[in-house]
Each structure stands twice: as structure tokens, then as C-alpha cells.
Ligand binder design. Structure first.
Ligand code: MRU
Length: 369
């Protein structure tokens, strides 16, 4: 997507064919900075510190991390070490494990001398595939927006509510939840996005708003608790969110607060869609609430807020009394029964086992092995 009129991805391989560069998302929206990742440890730190984040981008970064590891040392021991280091970075998004398994199953049978080239090539392919998959999600999802637009009088805009950042910054390009929105906007449909700020890290306010603004998509940032009110007043036509893991049954794990939006949507008859690339499906788990590990993050994200002062300084201030304990669960699970549909690269599916297995039989079969 575009930043200042220039097309850019969230991660890319430099012309030297070795160094990986990524946008430092910790510094947005106030500073646009690019970080060069030159080792597996740097890639792991980038994921852990949330320099990069978002399920598909975590997967792509981990794949490049394996390539960087092989460049330094293509031995079996280094391969195992890289896998262990990268898998330990974040627990919830399944794209991380998917990408590492893809890399490891390709590299392990190869002689060490062939591993570096193969690793870079597969990591680049994972990135390109992510872009193509997200474009496919957009092509299926735009039909939902067009169908609502057709019911509007006088070309009124379609109002989409989204949570967290499932935009191009969370993927290599296009985003998942945003792909239908960007395609609709680019093809002249009037869309407007309600952007949940997404406490505590504010990925909506700082990242989704930033990328929609740079691409020229009309949007409004709202406090997280506003969605229910908007839905009661007919101001939301549909919800589209991303996800970090979808179970074989169609349960959806996503950024904390997604479940409350699904409940409000259900109560108000607002369609609630989840956009996902197939690597986000985990056919090895069924019950999302019982089986998906939920990341618990440090208290600072809740107690402190960082922003820009009027004179341009970046400052962090504390908003919670000293001594008050805080809890910081990163994700929650929305049961399949609250999901209107799953927007995938192979079409819009019902959120259930039969639909997922029929659309992705090869993934289902691998999980059963
Ligand atoms: O903690 P984050 O910022 O990595 O969480 C990101 C989300 O929850 C996204 O909605 C999800 O990864 C889908 S990204 C296309």
C-alpha cells in the first residue's frame, strides 16, 4: 500500500540479497523508521519487541529469521537453535509455527551447503504468497461491501468497523481485514472505517488510522467502548476483523476486545466477518477457549501511555496509580457461533469444521497426520 504516494511493504529483502528490512511499528504513527535485521536473533527480537507484529507478518519475519540463521551457520544444530529461538517469541499467532515448520521441513533434508539459498528463496516465496492470499481475501470480501452498498440510497458510504490492526502493516501487504476495504476504496466505492483504538497498545489508533490515512481511506478513530453504541444506532454496516488463529471448529482468536465486538454485533444484527489467510487456520485445535494459549504481556502497556507532546517530543506517562496491580491479556476468543463468515483466499466460508475442511483439505489432512 502507499505511504506518501510511494508503494511500500512492511518487510523486504534488500538488494544485497541478505539483509532484511522492516518498518519499525513501535515508532508509528509519529516516526517512519526502517530497521535492518541482519541476524536470526535480530529477527527474533523484532517479533518479541513488536517492532513487527500481526500474525502474517510475524510468520514472514520468522521465515526470514531462519534464512538469516542459515546464512550465519547452516548446520543442523544452528537450524534447531533458530527454530527454538523464533518459536519462543510470541505464543498466540499460529502463523509463526506454520512458517517455521514450512522452513524446517524444507531445510532439514538438504545438505547444509544448499540451505542458505533455499531458505532465502522460501522466505521470499512466503512473503509473495502472503500478498497474493490477501489480495484474494480482498476479492472475496469486496462482494460483501458491494452488496451492502447496493442497498444504500444516494451512494451513502458503507461503514465498516475494525479492531486492532489487521491492515497491511500486520501482513506483507494489503492486510487481511483491510484488503476488501482497500479494494472497495480503490474501485470507487464509498467506504468509511470505524477504527477501534485498541487499548492497551493502541494498534488501531496508531497503525490502522495511519495506514488508512496514508492511502486516503475515510476513517474515524473511536474509543474501544464505542462500537456497541454505534451499532445500536445503525451506524455500522458490518464488522471485519483479522485473527491470530482460527480453530478447526471456526473459533476465532484475535486481539483482546474482539469478543465484545462480536457480542454487540450479534445483539444488533450486524454481520461480523473475520478475514484470514489459510496459514492462520490451526486444524490441530478445536475449542479455541480451552486450547489456544493467550499471551499475557507486561504491565507497562496498561499503566503507561506514550505519545507526542505539542512541541514534538515523544513522552511516556503513567496513568494508573502506583501500586495498583494490572492484568494484560493480549487476545480473546470469539466462539464460531458469533461469526457470520470467514473471508479467506478461497471464498467466504461458514465458521465451522465442515466448511473449513472442505475449503482447505490439504491443511486438514496434514494436521491429521
Ligand atoms: O499483538 P498484535 O499487534 O500482533 O496483534 C495483532 C492482531 O490481533 C491482528 O488483528 C491479527 O494478528 C490479525 S493480522 C492480519
Amino acid at each position: 500500500m502507499k505511504v506518501d504516494g510511494r508503494h511500500i511493504r512492511s518487510i523486504w529483502l534488500e538488494p544485497d540479497g541478505a539483509t532484511v528490512s522492516a518498518i519499525d511499528q513501535r515508532r508509528l504513527p509519529h516516526h517512519f523508521a526502517v530497521e535492518r535485521l541482519t541476524s536470526c536473533d535480530a529477527a527474533a527480537d523484532a517479533i518479541k519487541s513488536m517492532l513487527v507484529r500481526g500474525a502474517p507478518l510475524i510468520g514472514a519475519t520468522a521465515a526470514f529469521g531462519m534464512a538469516l540463521a542459515m546464512r550465519a551457520d547452516p548446520s543442523d544444530a544452528a537450524l534447531d537453535r533458530a527454530y527454538r529461538t523464533l518459536i519462543a517469541t510470541r505464543p498466540t499467532a499460529i502463523n509463526l509455527k506454520w512458517a517455521l515448520d514450512e522452513m524446517a521441513s524444507l531445510l532439514r533434508p538438504l545438505p547444509p551447503s544448499d540451505r542458505t539459498a533455499a531458505a532465502y528463496s522460501r522466505a521470499a516465496e512466503i512473503s509473495e504468497d502472503d500478498i497474493a492470499i490477501n489480495r484474494g481475501i480482498g476479492e472475496h470480501g469486496i462482494a460483501l461491501i458491494k452488496a451492502i452498498a447496493a442497498t444504500k440510497k444516494h451512494g451513502e458510504r458503507v461503514n465498516v468497523l475494525t479492531h486492532c490492526n489487521a491492515g497491511w502493516l500486520a501482513t506483507v501487504d494489503w492486510g487481511t481485514a483491510t484488503a476488501p476495504i482497500y479494494l472497495a476504496h480503490d474501485s470507487g466505492h464509498a467506504v468509511h472505517v470505524w477504527v477501534d483504538e485498541t487499548r492497551p497498545r493502541n494498534q488501531g489508533a496508531s497503525l490502522t488510522a495511519w495506514e488508512l490515512g496514508h492511502h486516503g481511506v475515510p476513517h474515524t478513530v473511536i474509543p474501544d467502548n464505542t462500537g456497541g453504541h454505534l451499532m445500536q444506532h445503525g451506524m455500522v454496516d458490518l464488522v471485519i476483523v483479522g485473527t491470530d488463529r482460527v480453530t478447526a471448529n471456526g473459533d476465532v482468536c484475535n486481539k483482546i476486545g474482539t469478543y465484545l465486538k462480536a457480542l454487540a454485533a450479534h445483539d444488533n444484527g450486524v454481520p461480523f466477518y473475520v478475514a484470514l489467510p489459510s496459514p492462520t487456520i490451526d486444524f490441530s485445535v478445536a475449542d479455541g477457549i480451552a486450547e489456544i494459549p493467550i499471551e499475557q504481556r507486561g504491565p507497562d502497556e496498561v499503566t503507561d501511555m506514550t505519545g507526542r507532546t505539542a512541541d514534538g517530543r515523544i513522552e511516556t506517562v503513567r496513568i494508573v496509580p502506583d501500586g495498583s496491580p494490572v492484568a494484560n491479556y493480549g487476545f480473546d476468543v470469539t466462539p464460531a457461533r458469533l461469526v457470520t463468515g470467514l473471508i479467506t483466499e478461497r471464498g467466504v466460508l461458514k465458521a465451522n469444521r465442515a466448511a473449513l475442511a472442505a475449503a482447505f483439505p490439504e491443511r486438514n489432512a496434514t494436521a491429521a497426520e
